[in-house]
Write a protein that binds this ligand. Structure first.
Ligand code: FAD
Length: 472
């Protein structure tokens, strides 16, 4: 039942990085803007607000030349990235950080080359969440001001539910607002509601048989509403089976101080990952994000532990931006340690004989250069394996942490939503974590969720503006 109808040039579903960027850019280009955000409070949770704030493209400098970024995208996804999206992303990534800066964003950097554009002030380098008044939180307020100061509106507590389609063209959105239903009519609609990471049915359908055994590593408000609305309008989808996430301490299920940081990828990809029977079950060399996807798909995603030694704990264990050593034990996270593998197995509840044999076989294969002969084979291209020989030996029970889903609505280089035959659904756009086709591929290539959302937000707004002018 519709309680009212409002008309605007552009209605945007979701007030995260993609939605607020699209809204601010559209307002700047003279369009009338409405952003619908399901969160009811001005400081509503969103992945982007809670993020580390690093703008990068596949762990490379976001301001690198487009042809360099294009190469990064192709390597990260093994060539699986959609041509038009990859081209547009590479060509506009550098422009995004400049545009944000023009709007008042400031950046800080670290010694690491791909970390030169971190939204300032940077979060604290400790375990747990830390977002209030940090760079991304401040950016949310700035972008909102850029919308409202030009007459646009951010409607809080508005959950979009369905699209209004008129002769195959999208002409509005119906949303639940204040206990009723309201129609927001528009020349164009941009779906920017994040991924479907918090939708257990969807996760079960596309990603894992045990969605309740993985940990939400974010705001957990991406329920795939935009994806469902786009599908109902005939949109094509791509890459729904992969997600961006990290290995987390299993204590994250009950201890909020140990997530979203530290992530344990460096430990998992330097040592080994075993199941509750003490056996390796995945190629740890595929890298942290891909390994997290494998864990989510395991027979029992809550049965795994990372096994490593003192050299790994003191080396890779200290290498991450927010390192597991010492932040995980400091935050109360479980790190079993023992002088022998037998004692370690007993502490971690693993079968002594099997774990001892698994570590022996791994060390022997590493020493002999025959890691590919292990079952499952251990690759070395993306992560350097280290021997597990120096006591104390360690075990950390882990869980797969899902940040956002990589696949979703198929779009073109202007963020316009496409059908299976690649024709454009008029008036319908998508941007950010709800889109598919750019990230993923066989290596589970992660390209930087903030950059993807921001660039696609800009492209959507600019496309709507061009077409509005042409139609006038
Ligand atoms: C802890 C953490 C750290 C991260 N660090 C980084 C980093 O350093 N660099 C990086 O590149 N990426 C990082 N990311 C990923 C990044 O945050 C995401 O890729 C990015 O937020 C995607 O932006 P988005 O706008 O698509 O989605 P979101 O930021 O998730 O925003 C979606 C918005 O849509 C709203 N919404 C959902 N459904 C509806 C509906 N039906 N109607 C109305 N509103 C709706 C939600 O409430 C939310 O506000 C991190 C994420 C997390 C959780």
């Amino acid at each position: 039942m519709s309680a009212g109808t409002e008309a605007s040039d552009i209605v945007i579903v979701g007030g995260g990085m993609a939605g607020l960027t699209a809204g601010a850019r559209a307002a700047e280009l003279g369009l009338s803007v409405v952003v619908l955000e399901r969160g009811g409070d001005a400081r509503y949770p969103a992945n982007a607000r809670w993020s580390g704030g690093v703008y990068h493209v596949g762990y490379n400098d976001i301001t690198a030349a487009p042809d360099i970024l294009r190469g990064v995208i192709d390597r990260a996804t093994a060539g699986a990235a959609d041509e038009a999206q990859a081209e547009a992303f590479a060509a506009n990534a550098g422009r995004l950080v400049a545009w944000m800066r023009e709007g008042g964003a400031s950046y800080t950097g670290t010694k690491i080359p791909w970390q030169q554009f971190i939204l300032a002030p940077m979060r604290a380098m400790r375990a747990g969440l830390d977002w209030e008044d940090r760079g991304p939180d401040q950016l949310f307020r700035r972008l909102t001001d850029r919308i409202t100061s030009r007459g646009g509106r951010l409607v809080l507590g508005a959950r979009a539910r369905s699209l209004v389609m008129t002769e195959g063209r999208c002409t509005g959105v119906v949303a639940d607002v204040g206990g009723g239903s309201q129609t927001f009519a528009a020349r164009a609609v941009v779906l920017a509601d994040g991924g479907f990471q918090a939708n257990l049915d969807r996760l079960r359908r596309h990603i894992t048989r045990h969605p309740e055994r993985i940990k939400q590593r974010g705001a957990a408000n991406g329920t795939g509403d935009g994806l469902a609305m786009a599908e109902a309008a005939g949109a094509a989808t791509a890459g729904l089976d992969l997600f961006y996430g990290h290995l987390l301490s299993r204590d994250a299920l009950s201890n909020n101080r140990v997530w979203p940081y530290p992530e344990l990828d460096a430990l998992g990809t330097s040592g080994i990952l075993v199941d509750e029977r003490g056996r390796r079950f995945a190629d740890e060399g595929v890298g942290g994000v891909a390994l997290t996807n494998l864990l989510a798909r395991a027979e029992n995603p809550l049965g795994a532990a990372i096994i490593f030694d003192a050299a790994i704990w003191e080396g890779p264990g200290r290498s991450a931006r927010i390192p597991a050593n010492p932040t995980l034990p400091e935050a109360g996270g479980t790190v079993h340690a023992a002088a022998t593998l037998g004692e370690l197995a007993a502490k971690a509840g693993l079968p002594v004989a099997v774990l001892t044999e698994t570590v022996r076989a791994y060390n022997a294969a590493l020493g002999a250069g025959t890691l590919e002969g292990l079952s499952p084979p251990r690759s070395t291209a993306k992560a350097t394996p280290m021997p597990i020989v120096t006591p104390p030996f360690h075990a950390i029970p882990v869980v797969a942490g899902i940040t956002y889903t990589m696949g979703g609505i198929l779009i073109d280089g202007e963020a316009r939503v496409l059908r299976d035959d690649r024709s454009v659904i008029g008036g319908l756009y998508a941007a950010g974590s709800n889109t598919g086709g750019l990230e993923g591929g066989p290596p589970v290539g992660y390209l930087g969720g903030l950059a993807k959302a921001g660039v696609q937000g800009l492209l959507a707004a600019e496309s709507v503006a061009r077409r509005s002018v042409a139609a006038r």
